[in-house]
Design a protein around this ligand. Structure first.
Ligand code: FAD
Length: 564
């Protein structure tokens, strides 16, 4: 009975798209024969997600080689680094999004896009089950499944509340474009409420108390944006309550921006103190109600509560339920985050790749590889390591694992170089190999996973598309010119992350930047660097023009305070 409706979503190819209705008997199976039998069937690549990772995969993929099908609940790509600017109207939401169809129409070959959410991955049968979230009755409950030859998971992560009571119900988040728009409305509502007649001064103060939980780059940038918004725009529009506004930034660690160089952390803390932003470090939020936020001081163990008008929760990310379920299926149920190898292949699952925030490269393997590098270097024989051998081994390790170098540079260089010093601090020519391995295992246990950033996600997408583009070439010529150092005989070099530095806008036309080569820059000139980098990184000329004109509009007319 549903056949005529279901045809809307059926593609005619083997391993095709099948629409579901409420009962399994309504499934329309794809025909078993290709329409065009003269051409061999192209392998189907299903891509889940159109964020940083998914989009950069699609941008570089030679789609003429594959049957490419993309599934995402959002039909646009959002430039997330500018989301904090959307919360205060510095930049409009429309200016930072690019429709997916604009992106894919420019690609070589055809790419199909389905606006739907993947609700289940079925690794055994190599298919994904999706549900359209468009509110219509075209296809029963809107579910369909897609079979794949290769699956690229790029579904990102979701907000992490750490199961803190009341957070989901009473906090705003800053993850999606819609979240930023809600905050924009929420901030203006707090001001409009605070000036209503009949309120006590205490009630007005409470309405104008903005609390941000999380002192990472997003929380800090939002605090800075909010502060600028008050100082430059709202102070003139709501003069009667201008002295009652307060911003509190809560951070569980000892410093804000603690993933940056400590000069940047302390510059940011000093600037916020001068600006009157209350920075509470060493505090863990234990619950949030509609009126109060309760936290525990780590040093004293004491719990206290403060009233709030609006809370923004920005404390890192967690795994999406669909990925969790998939991890259970493939024996990764005990892990916190989906693991891949260095070629971004999901461990324990054929033909599935995971890129961006939804996965991480498994670190345990790194230590095994480091041991094999030692063996290959053949330095164990004497039981000691000369400085030259040390350098060679380290070079080898760092080529494969740039994050080890990052870690050594940032924090624990001493752990390894100290091994070369005697008790008086003088360098000695060689070191005990066991001691060296011990120090490296410490490095391994401390080496952080790659950060969950757009930079990592975009580089992984580009890397993977290049592997896909070269797949046929490598199949025809398996000995290939680029075998990786004889170990593993893999056709492709493993993924290597290149860190191009990171920014932290701090408000008042000032920013801080940590650039490659341990170069730190802070102040007004860095803000101009920030403007130029973010303008150049836009995905299209359309968004570039929109963003730059929003910045110009803000300089000339100020921000819009309607909250729309
Ligand atoms: P996302 O970009 O989150 O994309 C996930 C995609 O998957 C989306 O299209 C989503 O709709 C889709 N999806 C979700 N669920 C499903 C499903 N079930 N089925 C199919 N599709 C699904 N990083 C930086 O490097 N620099 C910055 O300045 C920076 N600033 C940031 C500011 C903010 C406010 C935020 C929130 C993040 C910021 N980041 C920044 C981090 C960066 O945005 C993320 O690391 C990056 O978006 C990760 O890319 P991704 O493709 O893995 O995930």
């Amino acid at each position: 009975p549903h056949a005529s409706k279901l045809l809307v979503l059926c593609t005619v190819s083997s391993g095709g798209l099948v629409a579901y209705s409420e009962s399994q008997s309504d499934i329309v199976s794809p025909p078993s024969v290709d329409i065009n039998q003269s051409e061999p069937r192209k392998k189907r690549v299903v891509v889940l997600g159109t964020g940083w990772a998914g989009t950069s995969f699609l941008k570089d993929l030679d789609a003429s080689m594959y049957d490419v099908q993309v599934v995402s609940p959002l039909n646009y790509f959002a430039f997330t680094p500018l989301l904090p600017s959307v919360t205060c109207g510095t930049v409009e939401a429309r200016s930072i999004v690019e429709p997916v169809r604009n992106i894919i129409k420019k690609r070589k070959g055809e790419i199909q896009f389905w606006e739907a959410e993947c609700i289940k991955l079925d690794a055994k049968n190599k298919q994904v089950i999706c549900r359209s979230n468009i509110n219509n009755n075209l296809v029963g409950n809107g579910e369909f499944h897609l079979e794949y030859d290769y699956l690229v998971m790029a579904v990102g992560a979701q907000v992490n509340t750490f199961n803190t009571p009341g957070v989901l119900e009473n906090c705003y988040f800053l993850k999606e474009v819609e979240d930023a728009q809600k905050i924009r409305r929420g901030v203006i509502d707090c001001f409009e409420k605070a000036i209503l007649p009949g309120l006590t001064e205490e009630e007005r103060r409470t309405n104008l108390h903005f609390v941000i939980v999380g002192g990472g780059p997003t929380g800090v940038e939002f605090a800075a944006e909010l502060h600028d918004y008050f100082q430059e725009d709202l102070v003139n529009l709501y003069p009667s309550v201008k002295d009652l506004v307060k911003i509190t930034l809560i951070q569980s660690g000892d410093h804000i921006l603690n993933m940056f160089d400590e000069r940047i952390s302390s510059f940011a803390e000093q600037k916020f103190t001068r600006d009157g932003i209350d920075v509470q470090t060493g505090c863990r939020v234990v619950s949030v109600s509609d009126k109060e936020i309760s936290m525990k001081m780590k040093s004293k163990g004491e719990v206290f509560s403060i009233p709030h008008g609006l809370v923004v929760w920005s404390t890192g990310v967690g795994t999406r339920p669909v990925v969790k379920d998939f991890m259970e299926q493939i024996g990764q149920g005990k892990r916190r985050i989906l693991a891949t190898d260095e070629w971004l292949r999901v461990k324990g699952c054929e033909d599935v790749y995971a890129i961006g925030d939804c996965a991480t490269i498994d670190q345990r393997k790194i230590m095994e590889d480091i041991a094999s590098i030692f063996e290959a270097a053949d330095v164990d024989k004497s039981g000691t390591l000369t400085i030259k051998e040390f350098k060679d081994v380290m070079d080898d390790i760092i080529i494969r694992y740039p994050q080890v170098e990052l870690y050594l540079k940032n924090q624990h260089l001493g752990d390894v170089t100290d091994l070369f010093k005697d008790s008086e601090g003088n360098y000695r020519p060689e070191v005990d190999i066991e001691q060296f391995k011990l120090a490296l295992s410490h490095v391994d246990s401390q080496t952080k996973n790659l950060p969950a950033t757009a930079q990592v996600a975009a580089q992984q997408g580009t890397y993977l598309s290049r592997c896909f583009n070269r797949r046929n070439e490598c199949k025809n010529n398996p000995e290939g010119p680029r075998r990786f150092r004889g170990r593993g005989h893999h056709q492709f070099l493993p993924f290597q992350y290149k860190h191009f530095g990171q920014f932290a806008p701090l408000g008042g036309e000032q920013a801080a930047a940590e650039l490659p080569g341990d170069w730190v820059s802070m102040g007004h000139s860095t803000q101009w660097l920030w403007y130029s980098v973010y303008a150049s990184k836009q995905v299209s000329w359309r968004t570039r023009v929109l963003v730059v004109s929003d910045w110009t509009r803000r300089f000339i007319f100020g921000r819009d305070s309607s909250g729309i």
